[in-house]
Design a protein around this ligand. Structure first.
Ligand SMILES: [Zn+2]
Length: 480
């Protein structure tokens, strides 16, 4: 294996120039997308820099501040009020609060449209989003819809997800979670004093979201090896793996609220967003573990239930996916594959997709089938690549073994961090029936090829296999 560039392995998101140079030197095919961000701050007292940051990036005085109802503190006082008063001294600040009446706010078009209207009526010179992933996704989507040249500054209030440093918004459309290309924030501000006061379960959710780094890039690599994507690139993985590994080993220090570990988590989360940004899609940080999670969210939406923290759900999906990888790596024998059985017809798959999703909404099933149909077509056109994959399995297996995590170590470290390892420990908890449904049907829901697709086409991903995953997880005190 080629040794990666140390500037990538130890990338610091606060030094974007060095990172950009390293990416340029490691991108002979010119495949990578540019990082369209001006600056990332991860430091103590970063909030105090806001007036200066805004003046630097904004010509006018009109600021639209967008937040949700979640309270955040810096010292004893409300963070949002502190920022409002701090900025009001120099700017004309309009504060828009998105209130979802005691329910979790979703990134839906309706909320984005509200922000767009206020950007227009206030003639905002700058949008300042304060909050978590949903506020960030909405502000990216809304300011992109109005005018990309309006500076977007995001104050991240917890290390909850990796949605802060990429040009994608995860929006809920027709009950389906879609990743849409929108825009990057111009500036990301992470104040470590705010982070240390954020509820621990939110910061642990971010730790959970980056655990996907143990499975998503591997799914992405697998898909690449099978000819199912042409976006795979090593730098998107290199900037994450080593520091993510250090983070996993420091899990116990996270539970002790160690400052340096918070800082490392902030860096890794931000790099995880950048990895998606430079790939131009979410694959480096989103594989099987995320599609399971998306299905859980879709079910919650249909049942009018709130969703548990995204990253916490993702980490349980990661445990199941790591187990699935473990089973494949230990048991797969390419000589036993009956090639003809690995390519199902549309006639077989279409009813399966509708049966899985029509209970949510007809439109949801339509949307899922639209994506799945493309994937199936693509899979059929890659038969030769699949044959090559089977011939080369020993080499590919060794490569993958070098980068996946053992499910046991993953669960031990999660417990050391104080992170939940069961769906039943989520707030609100996820029932077994919904979890089984999400695990069983995750591969049917979109165009992206992941490990779950390979296992399905091999005839493995069925009810018995799901029970086996659940059983293995349960032996590790994890899973349902
Ligand atoms: Zn995520």
């Amino acid at each position: 294996m080629i040794i990666a560039d140390p500037r990538l392995i130890y990338a610091d998101p606060r030094d974007l120039d060095t990172l950009r140079n390293a990416l340029k030197d490691n991108d002979p095919e010119g495949k990578l997308c540019p990082i369209l961000m001006d600056q990332i701050y991860i430091q103590k007292k970063a909030i105090e820099l806001l007036p200066e940051i805004i003046s630097e990036h904004t010509r006018g005085k009109k600021i639209l501040m967008v937040s949700d109802m979640t309270p955040y503190f810096r010292g004893k006082d409300s963070l949002k009020e502190q920022i409002y008063y701090l900025l009001s001294q120099n700017f004309d600040v309009l504060w828009l609060t998105l209130d979802n009446h005691d329910h979790v706010l979703h990134a839906v078009d309706e909320e984005s449209t509200r922000i767009q209207e206020v950007i227009r009526t206030h003639q905002a010179d700058c949008v300042l989003g304060i909050g978590g992933g949903t506020i960030t996704d909405l502000c990216k989507d809304a300011s992109h819809a109005v005018d990309d040249s309006i500076p977007l500054i995001i104050v991240q209030t917890a290390l909850s997800v990796n949605a802060f440093s990429d040009g994608i918004s995860i929006m809920l459309k027709n009950g389906v979670k879609c990743s849409l290309p929108t825009r990057y924030p111009s500036v990301l501000v992470i104040d470590l004093n705010v982070i240390e006061q954020a509820p621990m379960e939110r910061n642990l959710a971010g730790y959970g979201d980056v655990l996907a780094t143990w499975t998503a890039p591997v799914d992405w690599y697998l898909s690449h090896k099978l000819g199912m994507n042409n976006t795979y690139n090593d730098p998107s993985c290199d900037i994450l793996r080593t520091q993510n590994s250090e983070l996993l080993e420091q899990s116990a220090r996270l539970a002790a609220k160690d400052q340096e570990t918070f800082e490392l988590l902030a860096k890794v989360l931000t790099l995880s967003g950048l990895a998606m940004g430079i790939a131009g899609e979410s694959s480096p940080s989103s594989g099987t573990e995320h599609i399971i999670t998306h299905l859980l969210d879709m079910a919650a939406d249909k049942q009018h239930r709130d969703v548990a923290f995204h990253g916490a759900q993702v980490s349980i999906g990661t445990i199941f996916t790591a187990i699935a990888w473990d089973i494949l790596l230990n048991e797969f024998d390419p000589t036993s594959v009956d090639l003809e059985k690995c390519f199902p017809t549309e006639k077989k798959m279409k009813p399966m997709v509708y049966e899985s999703f029509e209970w949510i909404k007809k439109e949801t099933a339509d949307e899922c089938w639209k994506g799945y149909q493309k994937k199936l077509e693509n899979w059929k056109s890659n038969k030769e690549n699949f044959k090559k994959f089977l011939r080369n399995w020993d080499i590919i297996k060794t490569e993958i073994q070098n980068v996946v995590v053992s499910p046991q170590h993953l669960c031990e470290q999660m417990r050391a961090a104080g992170a939940p390892t069961h769906y039943s420990q989520m707030t609100p908890s996820i029932d077994e029936k919904t979890a089984r449904w999400a695990l069983r049907n995750c591969h049917l829901y979109r165009n992206r090829f992941t490990l779950s697709d390979l296992l399905f086409y091999l005839g493995w991903w069925n009810d018995d296999f799901i029970e086996r995953l659940i059983q293995r997880a349960s032996e590790l005190d994890a899973g349902l």
